[in-house]
Design a protein around this ligand. Structure first.
Ligand code: GDP
Ligand code: MG
Length: 444
């Protein structure tokens, strides 16, 4: 029914507004949804378990900021924990070793090792001004060495000359030797994969490692790897010993739960991500972005943070009490409009809401933009104190005066009054809970 965690949590938790802290039961209900969201994002089961345990510990008893709904609060806690578990941002490839620094690429067949070898070589050549040699150790697929040779030719990066009949370990030793003689700073070994993990593959990787003494061993994995991610990462890490991860196909529409799984079981940093087939399509890893993606939502966390900064908690409480009594006058409406203006207006708020970013243009086209706030605030400020407290006073002649004073017309004023009336009614009906009323009204 809901395609993002934010909506799900809102639906089960937001009835709790006004209570001070998250209870064990609230958190358990929320965690069932968190669990589902993580599984849908392809996070491995054992990682989901340890993750939800950690969140439970942080969330139970956590104070709910007055201006924020409990659902949003839990999302924030979940998000922050995800970011923490995904690890650091922008961990570079470590080249701090005597030249030639050996980088060994490992992973299953088709995971993107050869493509990523080219991408890393390209990056080190152009950004770090290093002289790079690439060598294919894939003797299993006839075309594999040729694939890397062509990649090198296209990007003007050296590749190790192909000699038929050599074993992968012999090629590795020859590559390091050639790099030393050729004055290369870095040599990247592109190994052969298998369709699945097996003993011969692990033995071959261990042997290549022994012969070439790599400084970095990067596990290349498809971001769409599902429940197998844990097994994959654990095996390569235990048997070969990896120094980092590269996730490919982050341009696909998976949610990237494999990132969390693999990072969680190995503790090794995600160093880079592949975002396309082209040699330039390699990026730094941003845990925050991946966390948003795993949770399937827009930047709800910044929304919560900004709300916490801008909304005066005491004022919000006073307003909630007034609303509970069904007293929501035009002063209160003006307050709300100002709050929304502070949060970046309709455009700013929508941009941060899950699934709403695309609506920005429509909102502008409907005139529901920042000019609307300004116009409505102008109308309210042209009223007398008595009129603001009691909008029923606003008959024809008063409206004419206000229109003249605010540079608007009677229709604008009627629209504002109608909106206010509907909001006040709705708030009375909801018994004062601060629902998404304002938003719904405005979206009309
Ligand atoms: P290997 O068997 O591990 O060496 O895998 P390859 O490097 O040959 O890649 C297999 C396929 O995945 C190729 O068609 C690549 O173009 C594609 N590929 C690799 N990385 C990415 C990526 O980040 N995004 C996309 N969309 N495709 C990728
Ligand atoms: Mg390959």
């Amino acid at each position: 029914m809901f395609d993002n965690l934010q909506d799900r949590l809102s639906s089960i938790l937001n009835g709790l507004t006004g209570r001070g802290a998250l209870s064990e039961a609230d958190v358990s209900a929320a965690l069932r949804e968190v669990r589902r969201a993580l599984l849908e994002a392809d996070v491995a089961l054992e990682v989901v378990r340890s993750f939800t345990d950690r969140v439970r510990e942080k969330a139970v008893g956590a104070a709910v900021l007055k201006a924020i709904k409990p659902g949003q609060m839990v999302v924030k806690i979940v998000h922050d924990e995800l970011v923490a578990m995904l690890g650091e941002e922008g961990v570079p490839i470590d080249l701090n070793a005597p030249a030639p620094v050996v980088i060994m690429m490992v992973g299953l067949q088709g995971s993107g090792k050869t493509t990523t070898t080219g991408k890393i070589a390209h990056r080190l050549t152009h950004r770090e001004k290093r002289k790079v040699l690439m060598a294919s150790l894939d003797t299993r697929r006839p075309a594999a060495q040729e694939q890397l040779r062509q990649l090198g030719a296209q990007t003007s990066i050296d590749t190790l000359p192909i000699i038929a009949g050599q074993s992968p370990t012999d090629i590795a030793a020859r590559a390091v030797q050639a790099a030393r003689l050729g004055g290369h700073d870095v040599v990247i070994l592109d190994t052969a994969g298998r369709t699945h993990i097996d003993e011969p593959l692990m033995l071959e990787m261990a042997e290549i490692k022994r012969r070439s003494n790599p400084h970095e061993i990067l596990l290349v994995a498809d971001a769409l790897t599902g429940q197998d991610a844990v097994n994959l990462a654990r095996n390569f890490d235990e048997r070969v010993g990896i120094t980092g991860l590269v996730l490919t196909r982050m341009d696909g529409d998976g949610r990237g739960g494999a990132a969390l799984s693999m990072r969680a079981v190995t503790g090794k940093p995600i160093k880079l991500i592949g975002v396309g087939e082209k040699v330039s399509e390699l990026e730094e890893f941003h845990p925050k972005r991946v966390a948003d993606r795993i949770l399937g939502m827009g930047d709800i966390v910044s929304l919560v943070e900004r709300a916490a900064e801008t909304i005066d908690a005491e004022k919000a409480k006073a307003m909630a009490e007034k609303m509970a009594k069904g007293k929501f006058d035009l002063n209160d409406l003006a307050d709300q409009l100002r709050q929304m203006q502070k949060m970046g207006g309709m455009g700013g708020i929508m941009g941060m809401m899950p699934g709403m970013a695309g609506m920005k243009d429509k909102i502008a086209a409907a005139g529901l933009d920042d000019r609307m706030f300004a116009r409505q605030l102008a109308i309210i400020s042209s009223m007398t104190k008595a009129e603001r407290a009691n909008p029923d006073l606003l008959k024809h002649s008063r409206k004419k005066r206000i229109a003249a004073g605010s540079g608007t017309d009677a229709a604008d004023i009627n629209k504002l009054l109608k909106m206010h009336r509907q909001m006040a009614d709705m708030m009375k009906m909801m018994g004062g809970k601060k629902g998404g009323g304002m938003m719904k009204q405005l979206m009309g």
